[in-house]
Design a protein around this ligand. Structure first.
Ligand SMILES: [Mg+2]
Ligand SMILES: [Zn+2]
Length: 484
């Protein structure tokens, strides 16, 4: 069974206020990873965006109940992994982090500011000139130089923060197409994330976000109406560009790279696919990526993101987050069925948490998305919804903040699976005069699950940037962090 050992606490400073003034080298100075031989040939990093511990627990119950079980006893695929650690997710300038800073920590080995990608904390967000002097080496760059194949798979736009941190350097995560970059910053020499992807030597890249690669003539948002970055990429690499699950299935296995962009923006939520879609699922993309990368004799580095877990939570709709987590766990299972556990390190983690909680004293097997139904004094189910002190029922899952915020007196919560759960604080932004409520990230630790060569280095409570060192150590490469 999995045991979380708490003995090896890192020597890193835990004080957030201190972190802001610390030089980069001290933050990056993690203890040496305990990753002895045998080395891994391949490394797969699965990131469930926003998949905090409460999300994993609720998704485990959701998954079990979707198979007719009570649910609590269920385990998601990656919960069978032998090694587990807790991961501290803060950014150098934020107590509760964002996905750009956290993904940069994992890909570069250096914690940095929120909002920046592949850029060290000395640069400010949105400052092109500063960013150019503070590029961080990325694990995909280092491993591509060593002859490893590189794969990137996500359900968000392929230019969104988490996948971008595999291949891009930018002081602003929102610079996904050239039209997103203010002209004064563009002339300073920064290129957009889509342009950086097509210049990167990847072997497989799949997700959404085609609009970032095309101009208006092709329904995209690039400055040049005729722009088509995929055409230039095909010409330069001889690779295959596909836009549907059917197209992906038909691509020859000829060793040429594959770029799959299956939707203009993010890919469709699993819950909204009932009417059918031409988009592949995360597990289908993962299977295809591994099949293609496995033929590379030098091995591969693959990052797979369940990117819309986070979006379901921001919408305050747990059913979306849980069904995305369920598909993410399926993708891990698909990977485990395909890889050789003796030569592949598989790591599963989240970049940060969310403010969803599992509350009340619901009876065993109570529907995880439903109203709390308690037990009676004798410990048997009452069979009726419990009532709060205001006389109304309440759901097991709720949020500390976001779209479900109750204003004035509370009423009975909706139980439509596509409805938002009730919350307390109406967090959000006013954008173009419209109030957009959004639930926020959570700041507590996330879990890291690992199996395969190098997984023995995964235990205790670690800083998030150490994930980079564990992966490089497993592959037998010396960490090239910015502390060098
Ligand atoms: Mg993400
Ligand atoms: Zn988020």
């Amino acid at each position: 069974m999995t045991v979380i050992r708490l003995a090896a606490l890192s020597l890193l400073l835990a004080c957030g206020a201190c972190a802001r003034t610390l030089p980069v080298a001290q933050i990056a100075a993690a203890p040496k990873a305990e990753t002895a031989a045998p080395h891994a040939k391949n490394v797969i990093l699965f990131i469930g965006d926003g998949m905090g511990v409460s999300t994993v627990t609720a998704a485990r119950i959701y998954d079990g109940q979707s198979q007719g079980e009570t649910g609590e006893e269920n385990l998601l695929s990656f919960e069978h992994f032998p090694n587990v650690a807790l991961v501290k997710t803060y950014n150098t300038n934020q107590q509760v982090p964002d996905s750009a800073g956290t993904a940069t920590a994992m890909n570069s080995g250096t914690k940095t500011r929120a909002g920046v990608i592949g850029i060290g904390p000395a640069a400010h967000r949105g400052d092109c000139a500063e960013s150019l002097a503070n590029h961080l080496p990325l694990i995909a760059e280092e491993l591509a130089d060593r002859g490893k194949a590189i794969g990137i798979v996500t359900t968000t736009r392929i230019t969104h923060a988490t996948p971008a941190a595999v291949y891009a350097h930018t002081p602003e995560r929102d610079w996904e197409a050239d039209s997103d970059i203010p002209s004064d910053q563009r002339v300073a020499g920064c290129s957009d994330i889509a342009a950086q992807l097509v210049a990167f030597p990847f072997d497989v890249a799949m997700g959404g976000g085609s609009r970032e690669f095309f101009g208006a003539d092709h329904g995209g948002k690039r400055l040049d109406a005729a722009a088509d970055l995929t055409a230039g990429w095909k010409e330069a690499t001889g690779g295959h560009y596909v836009t549907s699950a059917a197209g992906l299935g038909a691509v020859p296995r000829d060793g040429k790279p594959v770029l799959g962009l299956f939707s203009p923006s993010h890919m469709t939520y699993m819950l909204d696919r009932s009417s059918g879609t031409s988009e592949p699922t995360l597990s289908v993309m993962t299977a295809e990526a591994i099949d293609r990368l496995s033929s590379e004799k030098n091995g591969y580095f693959l990052m797979v993101e369940g990117g819309r877990i986070d979006h379901g939570h921001h919408d305050g709709k747990a059913a979306y987050a849980l069904s995305e987590t369920q598909e993410f766990a399926r993708a891990v299972k698909v990977a485990m069925d395909k890889v050789d556990p003796a030569d592949t390190l598989v790591m599963v983690t989240a970049d940060h948490s969310h403010v969803m909680t599992i509350a009340g004293y619901a009876t065993r097997g109570n529907p995880i998305l439903g109203l709390v139904m308690n037990n009676d004094e004798r410990g048997d189910p009452t069979g009726t919804p419990a009532l709060a002190a205001d006389g109304f029922s309440y759901t097991t899952l709720g949020y500390q903040n976001g779209p479900g915020a109750v204003r004035g007196a509370r009423s009975a919560p909706p139980t439509d699976p596509k409805a938002a759960q009730q919350s307390l604080v109406p967090t959000g932004d006013i954008f173009n005069g419209t109030l957009n409520l959004a639930e926020t990230h959570g700041g507590e630790d996330v879990a890291l699950y690992a199996t395969g060569p190098g997984a023995e280095g995964v235990h205790g409570v670690i800083e998030q940037n150490r994930i980079h060192e564990i992966m490089l150590g497993a592959i037998g490469a010396a960490p090239a962090t910015s502390s060098d």
